[in-house]
Ligand binder design. Structure first.
Ligand code: SF4
Length: 564
């Protein structure tokens, strides 16, 4: 569960009771249209008691009584709202994922997601996360592709102390998972990049301080993902968020934001669409609130696989969406606004870049987001030894170190290399991300991180000497969910069991090619295509990718700088 599309399959609603009788024409469960009567089990428990309330029980009851004392509805529902997910029991193969009940798949340990809005961290905060990982998480730590850090092997007994430590330095896990407003993605170079249009930090802070933990938004139809960027590289994958604000210059009104809504991947991917409005910085939080309320009031709740905002947008269209936003939720209509130009540069911020104040920021990558508590502790030390106290996480499973004086840059890069964090990675290492997979995720069918790591190391060897024109993105998912955004990658691999030549079922991946997000060298963002018949065995990833990449290099039109 490194990434955050995690959603339990639709389980029978009524472990706790009977379904309401089915009406003649089946409502979508939109509160403002159909009324608020719950139409499935998830809606029932959320309405009885949304997840915010479970914190008190964790502190007073479950942390004292241990795993066995936890009410099942809290365990499989409300705990998520506090970033807690039971992790997969070791040794259960992917073939049994779909056949076992949640309690049979899960361990008595938790994944804990630390929420890092905007990816903004100090070394003091990093050290606290590192210490928690070492003291309570067996040293585990993964950078996610939503700027969070996830720890594993957490016991419920330790959660109150973990919260105490996190909150003492301004971090937390409130609404890190569940049907709530999740972490707000923010440009990892907010406030520091020389070429940024606007620093979105104030907007991120206003949204989180006004609305995270707000009871009125604690029961949404499903997860609600937000992204905000003021950087021209559009570095927050805004096209796949429920709501996103992308900086733009309005010819009369100055710098503000272009509002996008309705993106999301998972099993029914859809890119977000522009509403065509201009949002002044001081109105961002209100506009965000309006979109969140539309989702709460009009979002579909009957079927969980239709409950994301993208399905409502698909039915309404952008014109109606804008009209409802302006007439029912905002005090005044929003002005029309221009589209932001397509980004000229890749927004992962890897490498060395000059800040607006003359110092430097350095983007570095581990392999597939995997770090550890001890690594994070050493990283905090390294950053401080180079005169800085700030860093950022990114939506690409990377880190950006800020405020480094010019004469310390090379020394920092050497230190990062020693920690397995490369500021000058191969283009393959740079472009590869992987979800958690079967190691910890209950929904996984195959392993991901170890296979992807081995593939990166193999490919660095076999493609050494080949002149890749730009990073080739390789995204690896452990199941049909899309936590690692396979539809937006050059090469996306979706975990499933496949039949090998000997007729045995083995872990493998379905191949998805040619996805990507909008850049100046692409006509438009596109979700690529699944190569239906093409499946590759998990331990053959490196060979397969090598073949595809070499073929691309052989056949590409270099003069036209053809992309993958
Ligand atoms: Fe997400 Fe990966 Fe788990 Fe599937 S296996 S739910 S893609 S983390």
């Amino acid at each position: 569960m490194t990434q955050e599309t995690i959603e339990a399959p639709n389980r029978p609603a009524a472990r706790s009771g009977e379904r309401p009788p089915r009406p003649a024409s089946r409502p979508h469960g939109q509160w403002k249209v159909d009324g608020t009567a719950p139409l499935n089990g998830n809606e029932e428990w959320k309405q009885v008691d949304n997840g915010l309330s479970v914190r008190d029980r964790i502190e007073k009851i479950y942390s004292k009584g241990g795993f066995a004392s936890i009410d099942p509805t809290d365990l499989h529902g409300r705990f998520r709202v506090w970033g807690l997910y039971t992790q997969r029991k070791p040794g259960i193969d992917g073939g049994r994922t779909a056949t076992l009940e949640p309690h049979e798949l899960e361990d008595e340990f938790f994944m804990l997601r630390v929420r890092i809005d905007g990816g903004q961290l100090t070394t003091e905060q990093l050290r606290v996360i590192a210490d928690i990982s070492i003291d309570f998480g067996r040293g585990t730590a993964d950078l996610t592709d939503r700027q969070n850090i996830q720890l594993h092997w957490i016991r419920v007994e330790d959660v109150p102390e973990i919260w105490r430590r996190l909150e003492a330095v301004g971090l937390g896990t409130t609404e890190a998972c569940g049907d709530v407003p999740r972490v707000v993605l923010g440009s990892p170079v907010a406030g520091i990049a020389a070429d940024e249009l606007i620093d979105p930090t104030a907007q991120i802070d206003e949204i989180t301080s006004r609305f995270i933990g707000d009871e009125t938004l604690a029961n949404l139809p499903r997860k609600f993902k937000t992204a905000i960027t003021g950087h021209p590289s559009q570095d927050v994958v805004h096209e796949i968020n429920d709501v996103a604000f992308v900086a733009v210059e309005h010819p009369e009104l100055g710098i503000g934001y272009d509002l996008w809504v309705g993106g999301g991947l998972s099993t029914s991917p859809r890119l977000a669409e522009r509403l065509g409005v201009f949002v002044a910085p001081e109105l961002v939080a209100d506009a965000w609130h309006g979109v969140a309320q539309i989702f709460r009031d009009y979002g579909y709740r009957r079927l969980r696989n239709k409950a994301r905002l993208k399905f409502l947008l698909a039915d309404w269209g952008t014109e109606k969406f804008r009209q409802v936003l302006e007439t029912e939720y905002l005090e005044a209509p929003l002005p029309d606004g221009p589209a932001a130009p397509k980004p000229l540069a890749h927004g992962d911020h890897v490498g060395v870049h000059r800040q607006k104040d003359g110092r430097f920021y350095i983007g570095a990558t581990p392999i597939v987001g995997r770090v550890s508590g001890p690594t994070l502790a050493k990283l905090a030390e390294l950053i401080e030894a180079h005169g800085s106290s700030r860093l950022r996480t990114t939506p690409h499973q990377k880190l950006v170190i800020l405020d480094i004086p010019e004469d310390r840059v090379e020394s920092l890069i050497t230190g990062l290399d020693e920690l397995g964090l490369s500021a000058r990675p191969s283009l393959i290492r740079r472009g590869t991300i992987a979800c958690t997979g079967i190691e910890f995720c209950k929904l996984a069918i195959v392993e991901t991180k170890a296979f992807a790591t081995a593939a990166v190391l193999d490919l660095e060897r076999t493609l050494d000497g080949f002149d890749l024109p730009h990073p080739i993105s390789l995204h690896v998912n452990g199941c049909p969910n899309s936590c690692a955004r396979i539809q937006t990658a050059d090469i996306g691999l979706k975990g499933q069991l496949i039949m090998n030549d000997a007729g045995e079922q083995v872990p493998g991946y379905q191949v998805h090619l040619g996805g990507g997000l909008a850049t100046a060298d692409r006509e438009d963002a596109g979700l690529g295509r699944t190569v239906r018949g093409l499946k590759v065995e998990a331990d053959g990833i490196a060979v397969y990718v090598e073949r595809v990449v070499k073929r691309f290099l052989d056949e590409r039109d270099a003069a036209a700088d053809e992309t993958f």
